[in-house]
Design a protein. Structure first.
Length: 278
């Protein structure tokens, strides 16, 4: 097996743990690569083992950080490589183990005592033809001017679902239901479901409420205003100002994010983290 190691760049403990993981795997005879950004913040790794994330060709990626680090890995790697997340963030909804469990988890991974949890993603397609990344958490359209609202219509399977005046609209996966969508008043959705959660952000009309639709149902978002730009943001990692006439089509991506898991439990972990969040 070949492993990749990525660490949160702004936390010394995460970088030091990344080196311990790297050293543990190397001493056990495994091939290991480290991403170049991790190396730039802790130059103790062998230089011949350093590669950009875009060039990772490994069997597993060990990510030491929070949800933001995992989303960075997701957006920069080209293959759907299984990820083992070690929580060095604030909440860690996407991470599987805590730092003190790291080497116990690695031992189980090496012995084959794990399963792969696959999560759906969303694929936004712009009318302009510009390529944008898939979303593990959410696709959001937001106001480009603080204090000003956007005016958009969104259609589901070709039919008008809602016309919204709001600070924005979030289109989230079940994985993303515990992130931005939940902060905006959306529900927690079981991550084993393939659905899309639609949540208006601070809507003007009380009738604009969150809704859940099948992931197979195509969604189209149109900007009603002919003069006001909107911002497209994906997973908090990608941002783009859109021209007023541009349209967004959102559909289920053929790609899936794969996580290494050691338990089939969903609710004990998620409900505990949701309580900590609030």
């Amino acid at each position: 097996m070949k492993f990749g190691v990525v660490a949160r760049r702004d936390k010394e403990d995460a970088l030091k743990l990344a080196y311990r993981v790297y050293d543990f795997l190397k001493r056990n005879g495994y091939e290991v690569v480290v991403d170049s950004e991790t190396y730039s913040h802790l130059m103790e790794f062998r230089e011949e083992d350093v590669k950009p994330l875009e060039e990772f060709n490994v069997d597993f990626i060990i990510v030491i950080g929070g949800d933001g680090t995992i989303l960075r890995v997701e957006h920069q790697t080209k293959k759907d490589t299984p990820i083992l997340g070690i929580n060095m963030g604030t909440l860690g909804f996407l991470t599987e183990v805590e730092p003190h469990e790291t080497f116990f988890a690695l031992t189980k991974l090496l012995s084959g005592e794990y399963h792969i949890d696959e999560r759906m993603k969303l694929r936004p397609v712009l009318k302009s033809g510009e390529k944008v990344p898939d979303a593990l958490n959410e696709v959001a359209v937001l106001t480009g001017i603080p204090g000003k609202i956007i005016h958009v219509k969104y259609y589901i399977e070709g039919g008008l679902a809602d016309e919204v005046r709001a600070d924005g609209v979030i289109f989230a996966t079940p994985t993303g239901s515990t992130g931005y969508a939940m902060s905006a008043g959306g529900p927690f959705v079981d991550p084993r479901l393939d659905v899309v959660v639609i949540v208006p952000v601070a809507p003007v009309a009380l009738s604009s409420r969150p809704m859940i639709v099948p992931s197979k149902s195509p969604i189209e978002v149109r900007n009603v205003s002919s003069t006001r730009e909107i911002i497209l943001t994906i997973d908090g990692q990608f941002y783009r100002y859109l021209d007023p006439e541009d349209e967004i089509r959102i559909k289920e991506s053929p790609r899936r994010t794969k996580f290494v898991r050691f338990t089939e439990e969903v609710y004990p972990k998620y409900t505990m983290k949701i309580k900590r969040r609030f």
